[in-house]
Design a protein around this ligand. Sequence first.
Ligand code: NAD
Length: 275
Amino acid sequence: MSVPTLTLNDGIKIPQLGLGVWKMEDAETPRIIRNALDAGYRHIDTAAAYGNEAGVGRGVADSDVAREDIFVTSKLWNDRQGYDETKRAFDETLDKLGFDYLDLYLIHWPMPARDKYVETWRAMIELRDAGRIRAIGVSNFLPDHLERLIEETGEAPAINQIELHPRFQQADQRAAHEKLGITTECWSPLGQGEALANPILTEIAARHGVSAAQVTLRWQIQLGLVTIPKSANHERMRENIDVFDFELSEHEMAQIKQIDTAAGRIGPNPATADF
Ligand code: NAD
């Protein structure tokens, strides 16, 4: 079964499951992308900070799949925020990818202490309106950052990509997104692999004859989220996209809800992160 799409608030469609490529060596990336495309992936999540945009672009160019059938996301790194700098950084990203347009461009972190994310957002709106990006969004933005963008520019991001996995479920943040018409995308959706030994996940997995990773990704799909698990391993890559022919019951969804914990965050807190 092919991966279903979600429609964003600007009408653009995004495949609900994609491949994250953080920590992949640029030189290794073209081969991994080709494997992913063979396995059925049509959505790749990279960033300027990952140092592998060139590898992603090469993998896409070398494949038999048409560019317009692949949804590619990249992200603006923190030291490139600001109106003019954003436009320069975007040119560099597109150049490295070797594309003439990008599907989704995100502000990687809000960096509230620097107070540049509103002017950065204005530049992204202009790039989108000029036809160089199909959809624009943000990552790691808290509800007050989102509300400020909307108040000052009248434009809500299409997506907010945030840390989200069974141990860190972000119920309040998801509710805020729903109110504002913003789609939630999960980063580190498998909790970087650490949380997969959880007995609730392994018990549900055994019942369905799947893996704990598949249960976790299926849970995100059923919540209506976009998810981007990372794997460089061909077998795991195939396993992670094979989550569309079983269904979790309401009871199993409720069981997974219990895994959420106040100490579940892995990454930095966006309210204070400054790097
Ligand atoms: P992840 O939660 O996707 O976990 C990946 C790790 O889990 C792999 O390295 C592997 O060790 C393990 N794994 C993968 N498939 C498995 C399987 N089927 N069974 C068992 N173990 C498995 O972690 P991630 O890479 O941190 O996050 C995914 C993507 O999210 C990144 O590649 C990146 O694109 C994005 N991301 C974005 C931000 C942000 O600030 N916006 C931050 C972190 C990650």
